[in-house]
Ligand binder design. Structure first.
Ligand code: PEP
Length: 257
């Protein structure tokens, strides 16, 4: 599997049937696509088992949008990493800004989730990024370093036989907004994430096991620009991942980059 990742975040946008059909179509089209990219879809929780059937035997990876940190217990409404593993999830989003904002997910909770996912051999896709106010106050760097440090606080990522993880730089003001961001700012954040990972994991482990990606209003017009930023080796896509034509179009662009 390539260490470059194109990941679809379907959020709560599709019915179970729509998720199953879209996954089937993507899996079929991926089979006849030449690419050195790893491609994943993250359906909503209730659609996971049907999408798991759709992607079985294909190169399309299954991801979850959330996980709890315990494998079993009295945690009504939560989903365990053990269940995600049983379903065949290879990866799981953690700390998405929508969960931080609407569901009260804290830095500490993100850290516990990351450690639990790694323990189950599920690749965490850790989302970090600043709000518009934090950016205007010149606090972007502080926020990114704090979120990333907490996310890896409980994880053993210094080992030379470590597990892969993905860190997505998602400036919150870019998510679903269709706004533009300077590529120099994306590069600077990617470099900050890389240097923080070097400290937290050791440079050798970070180099070997960590992928840094960009997310926020990715589309067919701006994707190649984001992928040209040094240090960016992936994209997390919301809105433009909801049709097979759009998402496969992004994969074509990524594969040429
Ligand atoms: C997201 O929320 O993870 C995301 C990238 O959304 P969008 O592409 O719609 O901005």
């Amino acid at each position: 599997m390539s260490n470059k990742y194109l990941i679809a975040n379907w959020k709560m946008q599709l019915s179970i049937g729509e998720s199953r059909s879209l996954a089937l179509e993507l899996a079929e089209r991926l089979a006849s696509t030449r690419t050195d990219w790893s491609v994943a879809v993250c359906p909503s929780g209730p659609a996971l088992s049907q999408v798991a059937e759709s992607v079985r035997g294909s190169d399309l990876l299954l991801g979850a949008q959330n996980s709890f940190w315990e494998d079993r217990g009295a945690y009504t409404g939560e989903v365990s990493p053990a269940n995600l593993k049983e379903l065949g999830c290879s990866l799981c989003l953690v700390g998405h800004s929508e969960r931080r904002e609407y569901l009260g997910e804290t830095d500490e909770m993100v850290g516990r989730k990351v450690a639990a996912l790694l323990a189950r051999n599920i690749m965490p896709v850790i989302c970090v990024g600043e709000t518009e106010n934090e950016r205007d106050d010149g606090r972007s760097e502080e926020v990114i370093v704090r979120q990333l440090t907490s996310a890896l606080a409980d994880a053993d990522c210094r080992s030379s036989d470590g597990q892969r993880l993905i860190v997505v730089y998602e400036p919150i003001w870019m998510i679903g907004s269709g706004r533009t961001i300077e590529l120099e700012d994306v590069t600077a954040s990617a470099q900050l994430i890389r240097s923080t990972l070097n400290e937290l994991c050791t440079a050798a482990a970070a180099d070997r096991f960590c992928t840094v990606a960009y997310g926020g209003s990715v589309d067919a017009v701006n994707l190649s620009g984001f992928l040209s930023c040094p240090g960016i080796d992936g994209a997390l896509v919301g809105g433009d991942s909801l049709t097979a034509d759009n998402f496969m179009g992004l994969l074509e662009i990524a594969s040429r980059s």
